[in-house]
Design a protein around this ligand. Structure first.
Ligand SMILES: Cc1cc2nc3c(=O)[nH]c(=O)nc-3n(C[C@H](O)[C@H](O)[C@H](O)COP(=O)(O)OP(=O)(O)OC[C@H]3O[C@@H](n4cnc5c(N)ncnc54)[C@H](O)[C@@H]3O)c2cc1C
Length: 418
């Protein structure tokens, strides 16, 4: 702990085997898996609930498979969601099919669009059956507790004061602005992204249908998702250009949007001011070292993902599954050694690198070129022309997006329920 740490003495303290910081997809799934394995685990989430701004709502076949292996799929798919099987784009006025998930040999060949808070609430609710799992909301980790070189837990701020949580193992799942990463002195290698995203909703009526998901024109790019009674829209801008977009004014932005996606003509009236438009800054980075003695980082805390492919949530889930597979048994007895903890990086770094490489290829060859603008018509990259022309190729991007590299399966054991 250092000078910026709240100086009060803890009003309370607790001791657990494992403390997970962050109740996002990585933290909630890992909490569920460790609770299921009978390990005494607490998950800290700084917010009061899971209802907040956009956090990625795409549940891919890899995650659906994990839910199936956990016996949770039937209840999960009863929650309201939309399904997406084919991804079509309009590039410079030409329609191209980017991916077709129906070509995959997988039990759930579709992407389920579900608000992330529904997914996280579902996991939280399902985890209540495990006596060894506790989820503490409104509990923000502000520092690490150290015992010499070893991380021995976290200090947290709660509505009732400071809480010290001593833990044999602390797992940081606190996202791309990870406090624990910073406190542990681990820095990420920045790979960079040329864009940011403006995120907004436009109303939708049942007769407004369109199968397109991406639209690319010189200087502009936009993605729309049918979310039932609204369209979720992602308008891509060049990095750092938000002030310029704002200076042009809202009507100019909305005109561009409707010109690209006429289906939004009626619903765009829902965007009344820039307060209805959220700026999401995009980053791609990864840690070289994911551990310290007594500490492991996974999910975006270890590797921030670009929104390209909508894979970040699913990678975070895969990290959680791998962590439980590799560590649950040892953790049941005590804290794994740093080398044992590092097994998670050794397993997951390759899929992360491959996925980020794919995101960089898309960023550099499609997004950067599109955002450059100019008068010349946009050329569809050769690879996309091939994929669109040869339907059997559409299974390749589909597999990459939907299942990813080195998919994880649940191998950690379930302890008998008491
Ligand atoms: C613009 C944009 C669009 C994206 N679109 C998609 C998409 O469509 N599909 C997709 O799969 N991925 C998408 N991603 C990526 C995705 O959001 C992340 O990869 C994913 O959410 C990572 O999950 P996580 O659990 O590691 O971290 P997070 O989802 O960031 O969760 C971290 C959690 O920790 C909590 N927390 C943070 N600090 C503390 C603390 N100190 N104490 C306690 N709690 C704390 C936070 O409140 C949060 O709940 C997108 C990313 C961006 C930037």
């Amino acid at each position: 702990m250092d000078a910026t740490t709240p100086r009060q003495s803890p009003s309370r303290s607790m001791k657990v085997r494992c403390c997970i910081v962050g109740g996002g997809p990585a933290g909630m799934m890992l909490g569920y898996l460790l609770g299921r394995a009978g390990i005494e685990v607490v998950v800290l989430e700084k917010h009061a609930d899971f209802f907040r701004d956009f956090r990625g709502d795409t549940v891919h076949p890899s995650t659906l498979q994990v839910m199936d292996e956990l016996g949770l799929i039937d209840g999960f798919l009863k929650l309201p969601h939309q399904r997406l099987q084919t991804m079509d784009g309009l590039i410079g006025g030409t329609k191209v099919r980017i991916a077709d998930l129906s070509r995959l040999k997988t039990k759930y060949p579709f992407i389920a669009f579900m608000p992330q808070w529904d997914f996280l609430n579902f996991l939280r609710e399902a985890g209540t059956r495990f006596g060894s799992l506790e989820v503490l909301m409104k509990t923000e980790a502000v520092d690490l507790i150290r015992n010499g070189e070893t991380i021995a837990g976290v200090r947290a701020r709660t509505p009732d004061g400071i809480l010290d949580i001593e833990a044999d193992l602390t797992i940081a799942c606190d996202g791309r602005h990870s406090t624990l990463r910073e406190r542990a002195g681990l820095s990420a290698e920045e790979i960079g992204a040329p864009m940011d995203i403006l995120w907004f909703r436009a109303g939708r009526t049942p007769d407004e249908t369109e199968n397109l998901f991406a639209r690319v024109e010189p200087g502009k790019m936009m993605v729309t998702f049918d979310r039932g009674d609204y369209w979720q829209c992602a308008y891509v801008i060049a990095k750092g250009q938000y002030d310029t977009v704002k200076a042009r004014g809202l009507p100019a932005l909305l005109d561009d949007v409707v010109r690209m996606a006429p289906v939004l003509k009626r619903g765009i009236a829902d965007v009344k001011s820039f307060d209805d438009v959220k700026l999401l800054t995009v980053a791609i980075n990864r840690l070289k070292r994911w551990t310290r003695p007594g500490l492991l980082l996974i999910g975006d805390a270890a590797h921030a993902m670009s929104p390209v492919g909508g894979v970040g949530v699913n990678l975070a889930i895969q990290d959680a599954v791998a962590t439980a597979n590799l560590l649950a048994e040892t953790l049941a007895r005590g804290c794994p050694s740093e080398d044992e903890l590092d097994a998670v990086r050794r397993r997951r770094e390759f899929p992360v690198r491959m996925t980020q490489a794919m995101q960089v290829v898309v960023q550099n060859n499609i997004i950067k070129a599109a955002l450059k603008g100019g008068d010349r018509p946009l050329k569809i990259p050769l690879i996309l022309r091939l994929i669109s022309a040869l339907p059997w190729l559409q299974g390749i991007p589909a597999r990459f997006i939907a299942i990813g590299v080195r998919p994880e399966h649940v191998l950690s054991k379930a302890a008998p329920l008491s």
